[in-house]
Ligand binder design. Structure first.
Ligand code: HEM
Length: 542
């Protein structure tokens, strides 16, 4: 039998019967013409022609990306968009948790053209993030994350490759290490002291304290001072503008761009809906902001806010010492700043708000937490970071909060970089992967009464969230585990310890503890939907 190369050779020896175009080149010519027509209809804004021309391309695309038969089962979706419409909800982690009860701890979705799997048990989380961590440590190139990461030049959204490994190593050694994080502890102390002062003023004038607002101000001040050496004017226009920018950026990272899931037509939908325009606009503003901060740092006349070096200083020194394997330009520094600010501000504020919410709903745990701190450190003005080691109940409260209300309930999506087998199913490469920490943290085979807020469950337990225990993964685990874990945990601890130590917390007039809801806002980072508003009474040691 002739193999295809031999056939091809024979054909070229007989020019008389050689077709002018091979089948492959004919298909390419037709496709090329089709795309040209398609683009010109788009330019001329002829929507009907545009959609009609897009249909065959879409069909080709979907046939090519059809789920293999060995893929996990899952809910049926609609034509073309698959399950995308079900993925656009404020409580997506809860919805996926409910679906896992029906379809099992590994099930599939079809998000437009992208085959997707959802993992919902500690056992499978371990398979994905330990046994097969290498196959599962890619990140999908989605339009929002690509924009904010300057096309994957950051850590969070960079694909798994040498560049990511270098950047991550550099961050972990030079600015997110425990040693470096402890060097920033005076910033945290100053900012938390300010917060306590502000709440004390609210309390003395019986003003209600909106904890979400105050904690967002606090964490953005801590993160900005640490990373950029900059502080925004208290409760001023600048601060609220900055929070507005952060919120818009977070919303856009969390948005489902149709461009990512429905090729060709998706881009038009996103353009018409204004999503692409918003993305460009906010990116430009943030980019300009980071550029200004970097220029300030390069200015020899620069006056430092405090004597500490900030993360940009550290990066610029590394640049001068050529510690990075390539030239570290502002285009490498900006995406890292974007990561630190977007990943650090909301996560920490959300975690503290959820802890206070859970404690307000559970008076017993609140009292126990306050007694632990006050009996140990009653004579002090401030609970220092090194005091926290002596507060096991506080630590248990934080673990229990992160279990029930993980700030990133779906972690950050991953993408397979190779084909592999999980739970008896074959998962092709380029499959989108969601690990639903919300579901893992409620696994009934692991946790007794999983819906109960019961910090005591951690008192005699070795389970921790540092990446070794797959039943508790608020920071993820494996190669992609959160590199900001030291900064995140220390900040949550010192803020919560001082809030519990300094104040007795009461409900505003006419409200009961049972009125506090746990509804969530949509987004990658899970915030409480209705702000937690409380009355703070300053506690004075007897
Ligand atoms: C309570 C606070 C925080 C929580 C709960 C949290 C949680 C997470 C989670 C779940 C991931 C995804 C892990 C995965 O894919 O397996 C992540 C990634 C990341 N976090 Fe955090 N985080 C927190 C604070 C921070 C802080 C303070 C920073 C920076 C200063 C930070 C920087 C990052 C970065 C850069 C990544 C991407 C890592 C990579 O893909 O290599 N996080 N975080």
């Amino acid at each position: 039998m002739l193999n295809s190369i031999e056939k091809e050779e024979k054909r070229s020896e007989r020019p008389d019967i050689q077709p002018r175009f091979s089948r492959k080149s004919l298909t390419l010519i037709i496709l090329h013409h089709h795309i040209l027509l398609y683009l010109s209809s788009f330019m001329e804004q002829n929507i009907l022609t545009f959609v009609l021309l897009a249909l065959p391309i879409l069909l080709l695309f979907f046939i090519k990306n059809k789920k293999p038969s060995t893929f996990p089962p899952g809910p049926r979706g609609l034509p073309i968009i698959g399950n995308l419409h079900q993925f656009d909800s404020s409580t997506i982690c809860v919805k996926l948790y409910e679906l896992s009860k029906k379809h099992g701890p590994i099930f599939s979705l079809q998000l437009g053209s992208r085959p997707t799997i959802v993992i919902s048990s500690p056992k499978l989380a371990k398979e994905i993030m330990k046994t097969h961590d290498l196959e599962f440590c890619g990140r999908p190139s989605l339009i929002g994350s690509m924009k904010f990461s300057y096309n994957g030049l950051d850590m969070a959204f960079s694909p798994y490759r040498d560049y990511w490994r270098h950047t991550r190593k550099l961050s972990i050694i030079h600015f997110l290490s425990l040693k470096r994080v402890l060097m920033f502890s005076s910033i945290r102390k100053q900012e938390v002291t300010q917060l306590v002062k502000k709440i004390t003023q609210h309390g003395s004038s019986s003003k209600v304290t909106n904890l979400h607002e105050l904690l967002m101000c606090l964490t953005s001040a801590i993160v900005c001072r640490t990373a950029l050496g900059r502080r925004f004017e208290e409760e001023g226009v600048e601060t609220s503008m900055f929070h507005g920018l952060l919120k818009e950026a977070q919303d856009l990272v969390a948005s489902n761009f149709y461009t990512d899931y429905v090729p060709f037509v998706g881009g038009v939908v996103d353009k018409i809906s204004g999503l692409l325009g918003r993305l460009e606009k906010i990116f430009k503003v943030l980019d300009g902001f980071y550029q200004n901060v970097i220029d300030e740092h390069l200015d020899p006349q620069r006056k430092m806010l405090s004597n500490e070096e900030d993360i940009i200083d550290v990066l610029l020194q590394l640049k001068n010492h050529r510690s990075f394997s390539m030239d570290l330009t502002p285009d490498h520094i900006k995406p890292l700043m974007m990561n630190i600010i977007l990943a650090g501000t909301d996560t920490i504020a959300a975690a503290v708000v959820w802890a206070m919410t859970a404690l307000m709903k559970n008076e017993r745990a609140m009292k126990k937490g306050q007694e632990e701190i006050r009996s140990m450190f009653g004579g002090k003005d401030f609970i220092e970071e090194e005091d926290i080691e002596k507060l096991p109940y506080l630590k248990a409260v934080i673990k229990e909060t992160m279990r029930l209300y993980p700030p990133l309930p779906l972690l950050l999506h991953r993408e397979t970089i190779k084909k592999c087998n999980i739970g008896g199913y074959e998962i092709p490469d380029k499959t989108l992967v969601y690990v639903n920490a919300w579901a893992v943290h409620r696994d009934p085979e692991t946790w007794n009464e999983p819906e109960e807020f019961y910090p005591e469950r951690f008192m005699d337990s070795k389970i921790d969230f540092r990446g070794y225990d797959f039943e508790l993964i608020p920071f993820g685990t494996g190669r992609r585990i959160c590199p900001g874990i030291h900064m995140g945990v220390i900040t949550v601890e010192v803020v919560l310890a001082n809030l519990l130590f300094s104040f007795d917390w009461e409900m505003p007039h006419g409200m009961k503890r049972e009125d506090i809801d746990t509804d969530m806002l949509p987004g990658v980072i899970q915030h409480k939907k209705n702000p937690l508003c409380l009355v703070a009474k300053k506690w004075v040691s007897a």
